[in-house]
Each structure stands twice: as structure tokens, then as C-alpha cells.
Write a protein that binds this ligand. Structure first.
Ligand code: ADP
Ligand code: MG
Ligand code: ZN
Length: 628
């Protein structure tokens, strides 16, 4: 703990005050009680009354509001000398006073001691004083722990919670698969390195760039690479750190950040998750959030406040550009928006090469094959994938990563940890039929993605799994493809139904049915792929604002609603009928495949197709497999 002056003062003050009164109290006690303390011998009240009756008492001094008396009397036991006694009186006794008066005794009364009262007042003051002091001390102490509850007390000062890296050590070569974004940002590096080139011809250097893309696509990495390439410091803060419990903290953090950045310009300021502060103001149910709006306003002010040529470039990242406030996006602020999309097969290959650099790979490992197997994987997923493979390799005590580890790692990243296979039982047979049902439909319908493998080894929640090799072009999906997927997803239940009968179907198809219903509904309400015609009846789900889209969502009548339900039923019913038909027509090969699956636990896609081809014609799907 740091002993600051404030703490020293805090503790010194009460001690001084207490000390002062204590000393004063001690002195005053001595002065006022000189008489009282002189009488050390006590006398009982009864004896005092006897002495009084005998006329021996000459003087009485009353103290403590009449509770104590110092009595001067003639002591018959010691030669009738004048002697002083202390007598405790039974409270306020007016009769005694009258009696003393009548017996001609010199009577005096002393007021209650003032220092006693002072002690009382002091005691009253001291306790809260110490309490507050102590609490303050505790808060100060805990505020030295980052993020501790003591933050509550230091809100006025606002500790800037940004990070500063003098040199990120990341270069553009470490970022792969997002070539367009890299090219656009190459320019930013030139702005930072040679601003004269631009200012000489009167160009205004952009202040900010906004990186938009899903998580894990390399936005943070790109921003660091810019700083690394330009050799400038990298300031970073997350949008969520601006938004705090106390109003005004966010705004003061923005101020702090820009102040520090100006001191070390040229530099990069990176604001991650800017949507946490930069959402449209006043949007959503219940209006805006004052604190966020203040922070956003401060950010806008700061961005307007510095000259375009001051050498600071702000890079912000978000995965939702559509929710950002328009004011952030206008020229002079984040005037460049750069899309950072998940990589395609070629991009994935490049990213795998980057991350394979520091790993020991067996010669037989084909990065192309991995890239082809992993559509939809982001850069972060791929980095994680190779790392998982390396971990598996180490655990298996191998020299280098082989294709087996990579395949296992893919399965693990996609479907979760491997479980122990079931022992042969009725439920194992049922699961086998269910999976073969998926696989056979997927194989026999032309528009379906080809089967990659079928397995009875449980993973994550699933007891068995059928893997398909997805086609590369995921963004445009045809009606035939969606119908094929629905039929394929119903294949599991269809097999259970045909082979074991209506009464034996299981809950294992629950997940499949959920997907089926979702796809069928989307066909009707979003993609215009039903008899209702090309209408968009519902927006896409998962909006960030509760409210914005709820308020102006397209409404449809009750009759349309029931027609939607009717169409969804129709689609699912037709697909289910087709799936059951495939089961009935291919019963012989299905039985053979199930036996093989129970024996081997995993059937590879090629082997699967070969066996099916012995019984029926398998449509050619080569065109759907991505080419590099
Ligand atoms: P984001 O900020 O977009 O969520 P990050 O930049 O934090 O993603 O990426 C996390 C990690 O994933 C990086 O540190 C890097 O190892 C890896 N990564 C992501 N994208 C790429 C890429 N395009 N090239 C190389 N590695 C990448
Ligand atoms: Mg990031
Ligand atoms: Zn299934």
C-alpha cells in the first residue's frame, strides 16, 4: 500500500485533536479537583449526619450536582483537629441543604466538571469521525486493486483504463486471408509514416477507420499490424470499458485517452466493440442511456477537436455497423468502413500457413484439405484448430502434427469432446439406423452436400453424427438445396419410423426437427419460396435492440398467419414423405450399412458411396465440392 499524504493527514488529524483535549482535560482535572482530591478519607453519610448533629461540621462543599460533598469537621479522635472527608450523598437532598443552612455551616456548591462534558461531546464526535476515516481508508486501499470496489470512490478522478503498447510486434504478414482490408489499411500506414506526402497537396488525412466483421476475423490483429508496420504506439480500449456505473466516467476516460494519445502522436487509438458506446442514440424501448450518450458525445467532440494532421488515427472495431449512430459514420469521423469477412477457402489456406509457421507439421499434412474442410471458420477458429491439433499431438507423443490430429481437432472444434461409444444394444442399433438414415438421404438427393463420414462415437450432446462436406458458396442457397437439407434432416426420424415402427420413435430427432421447422418457416416468411409467393413477411431474427424492430416490424393478418402455418406443414410433410420413401426403397443397403457401422463405428464418405452404388445409382456431386 502506498502511504499518501492524504492518508497521513487523515490519521494525524484525529490523533492531534484527541491529544489536545486529553492534555487539556488532564490539566483542568488537576486545577479544579485540587480541593476534592485533597480529601482522601471517606466518611459515611450516617457518620456525617451524626457529626452535623453534634455541631462538629464547619464547612460543606458540594460537587457533582450534589452527589459528593467535601466536609470539613472537627475530629474528636485526633485532638479535635479540623479534618476533611469525602462523603457520598444520596442524590439531591433539599432537606439536607435546609439543615446545613440552619446549623450555620459554610456551604458552597461547585458546578459539574466542565471537562467531563467535554469528554462526552468529544466521545460523540470521535466515533463517527473515526468510522468515516476508517471507511475512507479502506476504500482508498482497495482502490489500489484494479477493478476493486474502491473504484467507487475514485470516480471523480477516472483512472484511464486503456492499454498502451509501444510496439505491437505484429506486421501485415501475420494477417492473412483478408487481402482487401489489408490493402485499404496499407494506406493508413502511409498516412502515419509520411503525412507530408498527403498534406503537401492539400489532402486531409482521414481520422478514423471502422473495421466491421464477425468476431475472430482478425480486426484487433489488423489494427495492431498497422501500428506495427508504421512503428507507432498502439493505444487500445474496449467500448464496454467506457460504460461504467457512474455518469461521466466514460466521458472522462475518452478525454484522458485522447490527452495521452496526443502526447505520443503519431499513434493509433484502437476502440474495440465500439457498438457498446456508439449505438444509435435514443433507440430501443425506454429511450437511450444517458451515460452512453454522454460518452459518445465526448468521443465525437474529441474526434472533431483534433486537427486532421495531428498524426492520430482512430481505428474502431464492431461486428454490427448497422446499430452504430449515424453521427459516428459521417465524413470526418469514421469515414472509412472496412469489411473484414470470414475468409474463403483460399483465405483459410493462407491463414493456416501463417499459423503453421511455428508448428511442427508432418509432411503428409495437406493444408489445402484442411482449408476445404472448414468453411465458415474464422481466423481465430483456424488458429485454435491448429493449436488443438498440436495439443493432441503432444498428448499422443508424436514427432509432428499429422492429418489424424487435424481431423480430430476439427471434429472437436465443431462438435465438442469425444465421448465413449455405446455398447451394442437396441439403442445403439436405433442410433445407427438414425444416422444411416441421414446419410442415405444426403447421398441420394443430388442437391444435398456429400457425406463426409458417419460415426457412432458420441460427441458433445450427440450420440452419433453424420458429417457432410458443406459446399463453399454458403451465401446463396437454392430452393432445391434447402429442400434437400430439410429432407436430409428428416432422414433420421424417417429411418426410426420405417424400421422400428411408429411407437418406437425416439427423442433423438428433437434437434433435427427444430432445424427442419426453422428452415421451412424461413422459406415461407423470408425467402418467398412457397405458394404464398415472393413476400417477405418477417425480418431476420436476433436484432440487437429490443424495440426498434419490434415496433416497426411488418405486420400480417390472421389469415396470412394461418396460411404460413399451412405452407410450413406442406413443405415438411412432403419432405418427410420423400425421406420415408427413400428408406423403404433402400432397406437392403441400409441394413447392411447399419451392420457395418456398428462393427466399425465410423464409415468414411467414399466407402459409404461405394457401398450404396452397388445397389442404386448415386448422383454425382463433384461440382459442389470446392475447388482451390
Ligand atoms: P477479432 O478482433 O476480429 O475478434 P482477433 O484479431 O482478436 O479477432 O483474432 C484473434 C486471433 O485469431 C488472432 O490473434 C490470430 O491469432 C487469429 N486470427 C484471426 N484472424 C486472422 C487472420 N486474418 N490471419 C491470421 N490470424 C488470424
Ligand atoms: Mg477483437
Ligand atoms: Zn439426427
Amino acid at each position: 500500500m502506498k502511504l499518501s499524504w492524504r492518508v497521513v493527514l487523515l490519521w494525524a488529524l484525529p490523533i492531534l485533536v484527541v491529544g489536545f483535549f486529553f492534555l487539556q482535560g488532564a490539566f483542568s482535572t488537576n486545577a479544579a479537583d485540587a480541593g476534592r482530591n485533597a480529601a482522601n478519607t471517606r466518611m459515611t453519610y450516617g457518620r456525617f449526619l451524626t457529626y452535623l448533629d453534634a455541631g462538629r461540621v464547619t464547612a460543606v462543599d458540594l460537587y457533582d450536582g450534589g452527589r459528593t460533598a467535601i466536609v470539613e469537621a472537627v475530629d474528636p479522635q485526633i485532638d479535635n483537629r479540623l479534618q476533611r472527608w469525602r462523603v457520598d450523598l444520596p442524590g439531591n437532598t433539599p432537606e439536607l441543604i435546609t439543615r446545613l443552612k440552619s446549623s450555620n455551616v459554610s456551604l458552597d456548591s461547585h458546578p459539574p466538571r466542565s471537562d467531563g462534558a467535554l469528554w462526552g461531546i468529544l466521545g460523540n464526535l470521535l466515533f463517527p469521525f473515526l468510522l468515516i476515516g476508517g471507511l475512507f481508508f479502506l476504500f482508498r486501499r482497495s482502490s489500489n486493486v484494479p477493478g476493486g470496489p474502491g473504484q467507487a470512490m475514485s470516480f471523480g478522478k477516472s483512472k484511464a483504463r486503456f492499454m498502451m503498447e509501444a510496439n505491437t510486434g505484429v506486421v501485415f504478414d501475420d494477417v492473412a486471408g483478408i487481402e482487401e482490408a489489408k490493402e485499404e489499411l496499407q494506406e493508413v500506414v502511409t498516412f502515419l509514416k509520411k503525412p507530408e506526402q498527403f498534406t503537401a497537396v492539400g489532402a486531409r488525412i482521414p481520422k478514423g477507420a471502422l473495421l466491421v466483421g464477425p468476431p475472430g476475423t482478425g480486426k484487433t490483429l489488423l489494427a495492431k499490424a498497422i501500428a506495427g508496420e508504421a512503428g507507432v504506439p498502439f493505444f487500445s480500449i474496449s467500448g464496454s470499458e467506457f460504460v461504467e456505473m457512474f455518469v461521466g466516467v466514460g466521458a472522462s476516460r475518452v478525454r484522458d485517452l485522447f490527452k495521452k494519445a496526443k502526447e505520443s502522436a503519431p499513434c493509433i487509438i484502437f476502440i474495440d466493440e465500439i457498438d457498446a458506446v456508439g449505438r444509435q442514440r435514443g433507440a430501443g424501448i425506454g429511450g437511450g442511456n444517458d451515460e452512453r450518450e454522454q460518452t459518445l458525445n465526448q468521443l465525437l467532440t474529441e474526434m472533431d477537436g483534433f486537427e486532421g494532421n495531428s498524426g492520430i488515427i482512430i481505428i474502431a472495431a464492431t461486428n454490427r455497423a448497422d446499430v452504430l449512430d449515424q453521427a459516428l459514420l459521417r465524413p470526418g469521423r469514421f469515414d472509412r468502413q472496412i469489411m473484414v469477412d470470414p475468409p474463403d477457402a483460399k483465405g483459410r489456406l493462407e491463414i493456416l500457413k501463417v499459423h503453421a509457421r511455428n508448428k511442427k507439421l508432418d509432411e503428409a499434412v495437406e493444408l489445402e484439405a484442411i482449408a476445404r474442410r472448414t468453411p465458415g471458420f474464422t481466423g481465430a477458429d483456424l488458429a485454435n484448430l491448429l493449436n488443438e491439433a498440436a495439443i493432441l499431438t503432444a498428448r499422443r507423443r508424436k514427432e509432428g502434427i499429422t492429418m489424424a490430429e487435424v481431423d480430430d481437432a476439427v471434429d472437436r472444434v465443431v462438435a465438442g469432446m469425444e465421448g465413449t461409444p455405446l455398447v451394442d444394444s437396441k439403442s445403439k442399433r436405433l442410433i445407427a439406423y438414425h444416422e444411416i438414415g441421414h446419410a442415405i438421404v444426403g447421398t441420394l438427393i443430388k442437391a444435398h452436400d456429400p457425406v463426409q463420414k458417419v460415426t457412432l462415437i458420441p460427441r458433445g450432446q450427440a450420440q452419433g453424427l453424420t458429417w457432410f462436406t458443406p459446399s463453399e458458396e454458403q451465401s446463396l442457397i437454392s430452393r432445391a438445396q434447402i429442400l434437400a437439407r430439410i429432407t436430409g434432416a428428416l432422414g433420421g426420424r424417417a429411418a426410426e419410423d420405417i424400421i422400428f415402427g411408429d411407437a418406437e420413435v425416439t427423442t433423438g430427432a428433437g434437434n433435427d426437427l427444430q432445424q427442419v421447422t426453422g428452415m421451412a418457416r424461413q422459406m415461407v416468411t423470408q425467402f418467398g419460396m412457397s405458394d404464398l409467393g415472393p413476400l417477405s413477411l418477417e425480418g431476420s431474427q436476433g436484432e440487437v435492440f429490443l424495440g426498434r424492430d419490434w415496433l416497426n416490424r411488418s405486420e400480417y393478418s390472421e389469415s396470412i398467419a394461418s396460411r404460413i402455418d399451412g405452407q410450413v406443414h406442406l413443405i415438411v410433410d412432403r419432405c418427410y414423405a420423400e425421406a420415408k420413401q427413400i428408406m423403404v426403397e433402400n432397406r437392403v443397403v441400409i441394413d447392411r450399412l447399419v451392420d457395418l457401422l456398428i462393427e466399425k463405428e465410423t464409415i468414411d464418405g467414399d466407402e459409404f458411396r461405394e457401398i450404396v452404388a452397388e445397389y442404386t445409382t448415386v448422383p454425382d456431386k463433384e461440382l459442389l465440392v470446392p475447388q482451390l
